[in-house]
Structures are given as C-alpha cells and as structure tokens.
Design a protein around this ligand. Structure first.
Ligand code: F6R
Length: 241
C-alpha cells in the first residue's frame, strides 16, 4: 500500500489524476474502472485539462463503471451514466461505445448483472480501479454486510442512503430504491486500485479501512489485501493515518 497525503482537495485531485494519466500513457488501451460521487470530480477535471492540452489520448481506453441506479435511464440527470458523460466522457476523445455502466433500465436484475460480469470478463478485468469511500466504508454500492459479495449484484439501498439522495430528486418517491454494483472480487481483481478520500468527515472511516480488521462490516477494509493499492487523501481525511 502506498499512501499519498496531499494538502487539500485540489492537490489530492491532481495526484489522483496524475496516477490515472500515467496508467493511460503507459498502457494506451487500459481498462479503467471508474467511480462517480463528489470525490473524483476534481480528478476528472484535471484529466480533461490534460486532454485539452494534448497531453492525453483516450482513444484506446475502455471504461467500466462501478455502479448504476436500477430504474434510471442514461438520460436521467441523476444516473451515473449521465454523470460520467457530464464530467468526463463528453470532454475527451474516448469512444463512447467502449464505456460501460450497468444498464439501469434492465428490469431483470439477474440478466443485468450477468451481462455486466460478462463485459468485465470479456475485457480481461480492470487495469486501474478508481474508488471513492462511503462514510460507512462502502465501495461501489457494496454496503456493510455479514459477507462480501463477489460479482456484480443488485442491492437494496439503505433507508439512510435513500434519505440522503432525496435532495437530488423532486420527491422521495422518485429516489431509486435499488442499484447495480460491481462486486468485491471484481474490484479486488483489478491490477491496481486507487482509493481517493477527502474531507475530515472520512478521517475515522479511512483509518478503520486501512488499519482495522478486514471485515465485510467495513467493505473497503478488504483493500488491505490488495497488492497494488494507492491511497490518495487530503490532510483532513489522512489526519489519523
Ligand atoms: C460511486 C460509488 C460510491 C462513492 C462513495 C463516496 O460510483 O461507487 O461508492 O464512491 O459513496 O461518494 P462521495 O465521493 O460522493 O463522497
């Protein structure tokens, strides 16, 4: 494990972007595992800047995102596909047909998950997986549980997640109650993992994740077993490390 402690969010974003950029430069046909949420937005901005300066070429890149809400269309402004287009894909020369997000509109959950697993397998797994960290230690939508779930699966969102998401929708009734997420084994099989964590509110959980017991009750704690884990944190999140 390598931990980079950066001064603030902007510096952490620069560091995370530089690691992703190095991956793209060294292997122009990389398979990138990408995340949504507020944490990686700054890193995506830096990658877009590098692309605009002619420093990066996304034309050979394939991306496979971690998760998607079940029931949301790609055009819905809260879908993760929409997020990825907005923050990255629309601004770089990635071939959109090589960008994958679980199909939120597939009603048959088993089919949606099977299809996603087969895409990951077809591309030979992930070269670099970018992760954010939930306040409860979740990665993707792998929430605290009594066991680790290995492959892509459909999860029921917890009442607190539904509550927290209500602010993005017109009413609580519109908030998706389920999501499709990549499983823990797929994440662990990525050849490199980049965990980006910022803000004081995540300092406690980051310490537990990196130094506490490896347990499905803190899903990200399994990353302690990953051979190539890079943690990028700002000073606030890293204050107990
Ligand atoms: C996003 C994802 C989530 C987030 C996590 C942190 O695709 O899978 O696990 O990474 O909830 O979210 P933020 O960055 O908004 O604090």
């Amino acid at each position: 494990m390598k931990i980079y402690k950066e001064k603030n969010y902007d510096e952490a974003s620069k560091k995370a972007a530089s690691i992703i950029a190095a991956q793209i430069t060294l292997k122009p046909d990389s398979i990138l595992g990408l995340a949504t949420g507020s944490t990686p937005i700054g890193a995506y901005e830096k990658l877009v800047d590098s692309y605009k300066k002619g420093e990066l070429d996304f034309s050979g890149i394939t991306s496979i995102n971690l998760d998607e809400y079940r029931g949301l269309s790609p055009e819905h402004d809260q879908s993760y596909r929409y997020f990825m287009n907005l923050h990255l894909f629309n601004h770089v020369n990635i071939n959109k047909s090589n960008t994958f997000v679980p199909d939120g509109l597939e009603k048959d959950a088993d089919k949606a998950c099977r299809l996603y697993n087969s895409i990951i397998e077809k591309y030979g797994g992930i070269d670099l997986q970018l992760l954010g960290l939930g306040h409860n230690g979740h990665i993707g939508f792998n929430e605290p549980d009594t066991k680790f779930t290995c492959d892509t699966h459909c999860v029921d969102l917890t009442p607190s997640t539904i509550e927290a998401n209500t602010r993005f929708f017109n009413s609580q009734a519109e908030v998706p109650k389920q999501a499709y997420t990549m499983g823990i084994r797929t994440i662990m099989q990525a050849r490199r993992v980049l965990l980006m964590v910022t803000g004081e509110a995540k300092a406690d959980i980051l310490k537990k994740v990196l130094y506490g017991p490896v347990t499905p009750e803190v899903p990200a704690s399994i990353l302690q077993l990953h051979k190539h884990l890079y943690v990028v944190a700002d000073e606030e999140a890293a204050k107990y490390l």
